[in-house]
Ligand binder design. Structure first.
Ligand code: SF4
Ligand code: SF4
Length: 708
């Protein structure tokens, strides 16, 4: 009896020997899983190419950090902690799960050997792991049913609630933990009754069950033991084969998804991987129009989504009531793939995605702010997919009218406003500014070490020209030998590219690269984070680029810029991180360091700051697009600043400035809230006299040396 109880392989179930039943169940379970996964891989094989096999060591490092280390999960404290515990439990229980399956084939199999010290320790750890996973399932189910976190809800326009499926899966995992523990507990209770007490981890689920079964007869314990084993095997394989039909597929795919995740921030994928710009004319269709136009990695993203809702919870477009929720971009594509690549039957008919699962408004609503990608614990990508879908729309001529006008102006004049090229440098001719600061136009006759790349909005918008002048004055103050391209500078094309107009972007980029090279400059400075991102990531073979906030921070640190105290000590400042300076390029500290260097300046942080910054509404062509929305993103942002107790919002981006100033008016907060660019604030506070005195002192010092 004792021997038989130790291994299910030695018993019979409905007259079928365990030695036949369990190998058969293992075979059927694994065959079903292999069949399902093979079918799931079919669209990936049909998908577009995606080069994700480079930099293996960096990928491995990120795998350790984001997958094994669950790095992003604590950003949501409760759910994150629950997930980390479940994940750790699964990792720890993997060996036991394998042992249990083999036990049905080979009696007394245990990995590690249960007679060894390591084996005994492992059993205790596994008992606790199963208990923790079980409890986490209960807590997660209670959260879903009782507390109902808003981010799990499914708005009616996105289909029906996923709650039942989620709870069913939680229940299945809890049942697996229960059956596993019951298997252990019944054995331990039986052995204890026979005078061979077996130690189970105190207060673990198995221990509690063992105590509950202490007075149960041997025959009943045996029935429980073998039934628990059978149920465990059946639940295990059911779960394994059920997971690829829903959100739990991420258990299998997440490791690969994180390993192959995008490595380079701020970049946009090429139109076709492996096709150079020179050969783009050979590409018949641009972008994503049907499901198979997505790359295999983007399809893997769809499978890997855990439906946790963090992306949409942080998406400003979703918060503003635009028809966009990144979570559902993924869920809808996954549902589409399940429907069009069924387990039995013929695969996809190549249905166009726009109009069937996505709407045009949905795709144009994204500001490419990157909040969704920053938040996703599974490193799922959105910007590249959205840009690819836009490329498809542009290729088919489906561009909103307001954007069409701006694109045409960019094509003919090199700026979205359709203004004359020769007026590009008019901002330096301002009567008050010109006598204070000389700005060279690098037209071939004049040269400089540094190029100030101004970009369209700062060059042409009356209000934003003040940022240009402040930037120039700062560069002049620190003694930078700089100039601008003037009429030779076209729009950086940053937003053009992100709006899916790759060919126009390439034309703008090539023109600017030529002009930059011809100017002979050694480095580039810009006050526009969009231009900064374009020059840094979208352009090739141009000198190194810095954002002005980086220059100012360095000069403040070196003492080359000294700042006067704030005029009104009652003002409370807050810094708004522009998406393309913060999230996309990780410049968070420099602007804050500059603010903190202004004596007497009181600074507070908004609840959403740094990598969780809330997009102001987007820049570039976003200014020409009027999406359907309930509330402007900028208004929400201004309200966040007010909630933080600030009355001055400092930005470091001309587009943020447009959106903020506009939002202050819309929110009726004029007089209570103001917005200012970092360059304007610094220019206002630079201690110019001190600088002059210092220069004079330096001059006197060197003159003394000469006399001696
Ligand atoms: S990039 Fe920003 S706006 Fe676009 S889907 Fe992601 S969070 Fe939303
Ligand atoms: S994409 Fe990522 S963040 Fe969004 S629901 Fe899926 S797993 Fe969660």
């Amino acid at each position: 009896m004792l021997e038989a109880l130790q291994s299910p392989a030695q018993t019979t179930y409905w007259l079928i020997s365990g030695r036949v039943l369990f190998p058969l169940l293992n075979l059927i379970g694994l065959a079903c899983f292999a069949y399902i996964v093979t079918w799931r891989l079919t669209p990936l094989i049909q998908g577009e190419r995606d080069f994700r096999f480079d930099r293996p060591f960096i990928r491995l490092e990120r795998l350790l950090q984001f997958w094994l280390g669950q790095w992003k999960h604590p950003r949501y404290r409760v759910a994150g902690t629950i997930h980390i515990l479940i994940f750790a439990g699964f990792i720890l229980l993997a060996t036991r799960a394998f042992s249990l399956l083999i036990l049905g084939i080979s009696e007394n199999f245990a990995l590690p050997d249960s007679a060894s010290g390591v084996g005994r320790v492992y059993e205790i750890v596994a008992d606790y792991a199963a208990t923790i996973v079980f409890l986490c399932m209960v807590i997660a189910a209670v959260r879903r049913i009782v507390f109902k976190p808003a981010r799990y809800e499914v708005p009616a326009r996105y289909g029906k609630s996923h709650k039942v499926d989620a709870i069913f899966l939680l229940a299945l995992i809890a049942f697996l933990m229960l059956s596993e523990s019951l298997f252990e507990a019944s054995k331990a209770a039986s052995l204890t009754q026979q005078g061979q007490p077996e130690f189970l981890a105190t207060f673990s689920l198995a221990w509690i069950l063992q105590n509950a079964l202490s007075s149960v007869s041997q025959s009943k314990l045996w029935d429980l033991h073998r039934s628990a084993y059978l149920l465990d095997v059946l639940t295990f394989y059911f779960l394994l084969c059920y997971r690829p039909f829903g959100i739990q597929f991420h258990v299998e795919t997440s490791l690969f998804n994180v390993y192959f995740a995008k490595l380079d921030r701020g970049t946009v994928k090429p139109v076709r991987w492996g096709v150079s710009d020179e050969h783009l004319d050979q590409v018949k269709s641009f972008g994503v129009k049907k499901f198979e136009d997505f790359t295999w990695k983007h399809m893997l993203d769809f499978y890997s989504c855990a439906d946790c809702g963090r992306c949409s919870d942080n998406c400003p477009a979703n918060a503003a009531g635009r028809p966009l929720s990144p979570r559902f971009l993924t869920i809808k594509a996954r549902d589409y793939s399940f429907q069009h690549y069924p387990m039995f039957g013929s695969p996809s008919d190549g249905t166009p995605l726009i109009g069937s699962i996505y709407s045009e408004d949905e795709i144009w609503s994204c500001t490419t702010c990157g909040a969704c990608e920053e938040e996703c614990p599974l490193m799922i990508e959105y910007i590249d997919k959205i840009v690819d879908l836009r490329r498809g729309l542009v290729d088919d001529g489906n561009v909103p009218k307001s954007i069409q006008k701006a694109l045409k102006a960019l094509e003919s004049r090199g700026n979205p406003y359709g203004k004359m090229e020769k007026k590009k440098a008019d901002w330096i001719k301002d009567k008050e500014f010109q006598p204070t600061c000389e700005v060279k136009v690098l037209d071939g006759k004049k040269t400089a070490d540094t190029l100030y790349f101004v970009d369209s909005i700062t060059s042409y918008d009356d209000r934003m020209q003040a940022i240009g002048r402040a930037t120039a004055k700062i560069l002049d103050h620190v003694g930078e030998n700089f100039g601008i391209l003037g009429a030779a500078e076209k729009d950086s094309g940053h937003e053009v590219r992100r709006f899916g107009e790759e060919t126009l972007f390439m034309a703008l980029r090539d023109h600017n690269v030529e002009a930059i090279k011809a100017s002979g400059v050694q480095r580039i400075v810009t006050a526009d984070p969009h231009a900064y991102n374009a020059l840094k990531h979208d352009y090739k073979d141009v000198p190194p680029v810095e954002h002005i906030s980086q220059v100012i921070a360095r000069e403040v640190k070196s003492g080359n810029i000294k700042l006067n105290p704030v005029e009104n000590a009652d003002d409370v400042y807050t810094y708004h991180d522009p998406c393309y300076l913060g999230r996309h390029n990780q410049v968070y500290d420099d602007p804050r360091d500059v603010l903190d260097a202004i004596p007497g300046l009181k600074r507070v942080e908004m609840s959403r700051c740094r990598d969780r910054s809330f997009c102001c509404g987007g820049g570039g062509l976003m200014l020409f697009y009027e999406p359907k929305e309930e509330q402007r993103m900028g208004v929400k942002r201004v309200q966040m600043a007010a909630e933080a107790g600030a009355n001055v919002i400092v930005t470091a981006c001309p587009f943020c400035m447009v959106n903020m100033e506009d939002a202050i008016k819309v929110a009726g907060m004029e007089g209570k809230m103001t917005a200012i660019d970092l360059t304007e604030l610094v220019d206002k506070h630079i201690a110019r006299e001190t600088k002059k005195t210092e220069r004079a002192e330096q001059f006197a010092e060197s003159a003394k040396c000469l006399t001696v």
